[in-house]
Design a protein around this ligand. Sequence first.
Ligand code: FAD
Length: 307
Amino acid sequence: MSASASRRFAMLPYAAPETRRPLVSFEFFPPKTAEMEERLWAAVKRLEPLAPRFVSVTYGAGGSTRERTHNTVRRILRESSLTPAAHLTCVGATRAEVDEVARAYWDSGVRHIVALRGDSPEGAGRYQPHPGGYPYAVDLVAGLRKIGEFEVSVAAYPETHPDAANPGADLDNLKRKIDAGATRAITQYFFEGHAFLDFLERARKAGITVPIVPGILPVTNFQQVVKFSAACGAAVPPWLARLFDGLDGDPETRRLVAATVAAEQCRLLQANGINEFHFYTLNRADLAYAICHVLGLRPVNAASAAP
Ligand code: FAD
């Protein structure tokens, strides 16, 4: 019997909030318009009372959101009680330019960077390191260590990054990122619990001891997820397609299904000893908030949590 088959897949009873408070973090993307900014800020304020470990802000392909990412991170720092983490990539910039962005973060009080290689902008083909840039995430991690005592998180891939020669090589790459100074890995999203649990087991066997936090994506737009998953190497199981079948014109039901699936996924992981989760929020608070509630998380200040 395989390790994954022998695992206990029973759900745990719903947690009494005081006994098993999960650790969570939330990911946002920098808004493009005033309207999107308003929506993002509403999400930040709604999720704030859940006291996440940190909230992270993504960095657009090719550094295209450099200013917007910085402004969003600074606003979070200034106008909320949350700890922001700024994503930073190697794409399309020299080392000096990337270092300058990192130094600006350090100077404005940001102490957590999610260090990534990034991808080529759409249509630009396969990733090519910038001639004067950091070639891979491992190099960026090492560079950041020279700039400040940042907390550094990196990406991990339960179902293997599409550019990796094989799963072993991908795991070696993760180990190198940790050895270079990263203190946490956050995973690409996945839908089968065993994909994460098997990966975790392999990572521990490979001597990776830092927290490996599952990235949870509540799926509201199934077609978009299918498209994105093909590019990022995440498997979309047939049961997920069946669940969204017939719901194209029914966003309300799609959202309820999304929350149910993601909550079940997290509860399965909880039953297997995982109690820390990173949510890809897409700048919407409602699903992440509901899932956290199911997992046993309650607002630190209940009065401020009213929608
Ligand atoms: P790396 O760790 O550098 O690895 C990428 C691939 O290259 C791996 O297959 C690795 O095995 C291989 N590799 C490593 N070193 C070498 C080498 N020397 N020679 C050949 N191959 C090598 N993208 C964005 O643009 N902005 C974001 O804000 C963003 N946030 C993300 C957050 C999370 C939690 C995750 C999981 C992903 C995020 N991404 C983001 C996507 C990420 O940039 C892509 O998945 C990218 O393709 C790989 O980035 P990485 O940091 O994992 O790369």
